[in-house]
Design a protein around this ligand. Structure first.
Ligand SMILES: O=P(O)(O)OC[C@H]1O[C@](O)(CO)[C@@H](O)[C@@H]1O
Length: 550
């Protein structure tokens, strides 16, 4: 579908039909929907790979789903998906292809960007990463003084940090525990300080991850890390080659920094930062889990890519999840989306999804530059259960907001836990199932009264229910399952961007702050240029300078 020829989303007949349907649905309660269809719990479930996806507790009927699929048809979701997989330049504001799916394509696949098959280059880099990982893991790769590497410090930010940092936590039980892996992202010197203060520089490898190799936080931290290393080793620049590698698309800048481009692991401008952790950006992770596990993860991604590309609309899980988000944003005024994993290992999962979703779909103009007058990306938030239950779930259960939520849980604990701890898994999962049940069905005033609760407390103890959730259940949190989950969310975000007619692959909104920070820094350090600031910022800067004794 040509974006130019698109009818504005909220003027399509499909949108109007959904609006009418929403009115008819009114306050229909999930209790009613379940009573009307005794098999709803299984009828409204799908499988993809190892993931069992239950959407029966969503505020939808067969008619809703039909109308949503029609909206997807009218907005050209399948056509845009095919264009993405084909390597068309669907990131129009940056004139780039969007081919993260090529990063996990099998060796014999043919995927072209600008007329060139990119798959051989993808696998050449994967092979180079695997060879390097093996050398580090085996102790064959030694530092400047001849000691093997025991510590890896990944320096990057945004997509060059969140993915590998998240996946390292998720896959901790698959890692080589004799290696220490730390992630530094914040330009606050405390981040680097905490990462290196107890490390021996002779045993430390810095992995500098930056697509552009110009990101100020990363280059500043990398420069300080280099100073720390050379000071600690009492060595000169020659030592850098054994202790620094780069993950980047920008060989020139890598070389300017002093890293041998032989120690650079390449990726390409058709990989968006937030879609990049299965590229060279995953090197630290690969060193931690080993190349075989990394490849299993890529296979998990690929499995869901193929599902998204080929499954019919009725069975297409990313399509379904994307459309549900459109439904709640547009017709329930939902402003946020909670992702609530019941796994300690997924502690950084939602933070990762925040960039994936909010940097992709936090847009307010359509692909043609016209302001949108429909909701786009939600605020994504959440932390692992059961912790959230004792913090913010109160608001989800009894607050005034519609907060669709994804619950993610696993049948088996990941690790060979200490024997006494295995039993805790059933308790964790009992909470997991109980929460979606409580959110969906609530507790009526009569049920509360039947418990003998005094009348004045009945409203306080009533749960209205009808809060929509999706439950994603898998056997075990393996590298493959992680890949499946991430690809599921990547394509969900894609579907929403396609329906909303926004460019999900640029991120111009992060630029202004970067430019202004560059202007403010000399005002802080030298006191020059304060007159160009607005009165609020000027006063704050003056207060800061005074507190710093300047
Ligand atoms: O990998 P780079 O080029 O250092 O960029 C880091 C991050 O910065 C951003 O461009 C946003 O500022 C992200 O999209 C990206 O993941």
């Amino acid at each position: 579908m040509n974006a130019q020829s698109r009818t504005r989303l909220n003027q399509t007949p499909e949108w109007t039909a959904l609006g009418k349907h929403r009115e008819q649905l009114g306050k229909t309660h999930l209790r009613q929907l379940f009573a009307d269809a005794p098999e709803r719990g299984t009828d409204y479930s799908l499988r993809v790979g190892d993931l069992y996806v239950d959407y029966s507790k969503q505020l939808v009927t067969d008619e809703t789903l039909r109308l949503l699929r029609e909206l997807a048809g009218a907005t050209g979701v399948a056509e845009l998906r095919d264009a993405m997989f084909r390597g068309d330049k669907i990131n129009t504001t940056e004139d780039r292809a969007v081919l993260h799916t090529a990063l996990r394509a099998p060796r014999d696949a043919v995927i072209e960007a600008d007329g060139e098959n990119v798959v051989p280059a993808v696998h050449a880099v994967l092979d180079k990463m695997a060879a390097f990982s093996d050398r580090v893991r085996s102790g064959e790769w030694t530092g400047h003084t001849g000691k093997p590497i025991k510590n890896i410090v990944n320096i990057g930010i945004g997509g060059s940090d969140l993915g590998p940092a998240m996946a390292y936590e998720v896959l901790r039980s698959f890692t080589d525990r004799s290696l220490t892996l730390r992630f530094v992202s914040n330009v606050d010197g405390a981040d680097l300080h905490e990462a290196v203060h107890d490390l021996d520089p002779a045993e430390t490898l810095f992995v500098i991850a930056s697509k552009t190799f110009t990101t100020i936080e990363t280059i500043t931290n990398a420069t300080s890390a280099r100073d720390w290393l050379l000071t600690g080793l009492r060595a000169d620049q020659d030592a850098v080659a054994k202790h620094f590698v780069a993950l980047s698309t920008n060989a020139e800048k890598v070389s300017d920094f002093g890293i041998d481009t032989a120690n650079m692991f390449e990726f390409w401008d058709w990989v968006g930062g937030r879609y990049s952790y299965d590229s060279a950006i995953g090197l630290s992770l690969m060193i931690a889990i080993g190349p075989d596990r990394f490849r299993e993860m890529l296979d998990g991604f690929h499995l869901v890519d193929e599902h998204f590309r080929t499954a019919p609309a009725e069975e297409n899980v990313p399509l379904l999840l994307g459309l549900l988000g459109v439904w709640y944003g547009a017709f329930f005024d939902a402003q946020s989306h909670a992702v609530l994993p019941y796994s300690h290992y997924l502690s950084k999962f939602t933070a990762y999804l925040q960039q994936l979703d909010m940097e992709s779909n936090g847009k307010s103009v359509d692909r043609d530059g016209n302001p949108v007058d429909w909701q786009t990306g939600p605020v994504v938030w959440g932390t692992p259960g059961t912790n959230g239950q004792h913090a913010y779930y109160q608001l989800i259960h009894q607050g005034t907001k519609v907060i669709p939520a994804d619950f993610i849980g696993f049948a088996e604990p990941v690790d060979a836990l200490l024997p006494g701890l295995v039993a805790q898994h059933d308790l964790l999962m009992a909470n997991f199932f109980a929460q979606t049940q409580a959110l969906a069905f609530g507790k009526t005033p009569d049920e509360v009264r039947a418990e003998g609760v005094p009348e004045e407390l009945v409203p306080h103890k009533t749960f209205l229910g009808n809060h929509p959730t999706t439950t994603i259940l898998a056997d075990r949190l393996t590298p493959s399952v992680l890949g499946q989950l991430i690809a599921l969310y990547e394509h969900k975000v894609f579907v929403q961007g396609a329906v909303w007619n926004i460019d999900s692959f640029d991120q111009w909104g992060v630029e202004l702050g970067k430019v202004l920070a560059k202007k403010i820094e000399p005002v802080l350090t030298e006191g020059k240029g304060a007159e160009q600031l607005d009165s609020s910022t000027a006063a704050l800067v003056a207060a800061y300078r005074e507190l710093r004794g300047r």
